[in-house]
Ligand binder design. Sequence first.
Ligand SMILES: [Zn+2]
Length: 284
Amino acid sequence: MELVSHGALAELHPTFGHPESTERLQVLLAAFPDYTEGRPASEDDVVRCHSARVLELLRSVERPVYLEPNTVASKTSHEAALLAAGCAVDAARRGAFALVRPPGHHATPVASFGFCLLNNVAIAARAVQASGDAARVAIVDFDVHHGNGTQDIFWADDTVLYASLHQRGIFPGSGGPHEQAETTVNVPLPAGSGDPEWLAAFDERVAPAVARFAPELLLVSAGFDAHEREDLYLVDMRVTEDGFRALARRCRELCPRVAAVLEGGYNVETLPRLVEAALDGFSR
Ligand SMILES: [Zn+2]
């Protein structure tokens, strides 16, 4: 699977000691120097998913500020956010993996939230639909956190299926067992779950829902913070490198067209290997 990224994402939007850092992209671009350079998203792309106020706020930031307690922004955050979203759009069109930061799946229709400025995968889904490239899009999210923002954006939109596997009871608190709808599938997993539990949940809940929905394009919110060596606050999962390879392979088998967008994964020692395992799975 081809990669889409941009060197500036390893410099823009510094976060001053926060785990969602420029270093994440530095280690990834060092490990994967051969990528297609993505372009920034347009304002039209963004406003299909977010109120104009979200972009206005990012554009107005002149010096480091907390947009909310988990989300820092500074002068270059606006540029980074548009570039990350634009790389996701390009990846969705090309069937590629967008190596981007900041992540996106917590950003809601009305606010940046939870390390996320704009919802990259959501913007990509709607861009592909707007250009007539695919009408039905499924988003499978295996980041350890629930993608509350993606769920909110598509809750009332039956042309986009959102299916999430995540750790029960941690940030952001949404995605519980009773939060289900026609095109929203939430599978919260207990702390301590490893490859067998994650893969069984995928096979029993996610795969049948996606197969029934029959998408023309499957976008993967590929977060790697369910890894056994992730040390983010309260995260406690045991997925291995082979587990991510198997999750990616299962996504690949669900739809003829698959693309992926990086979400979380904050251990910079393990992140490149985990992305490589997922690429291997996506490519089979
Ligand atoms: Zn996460």
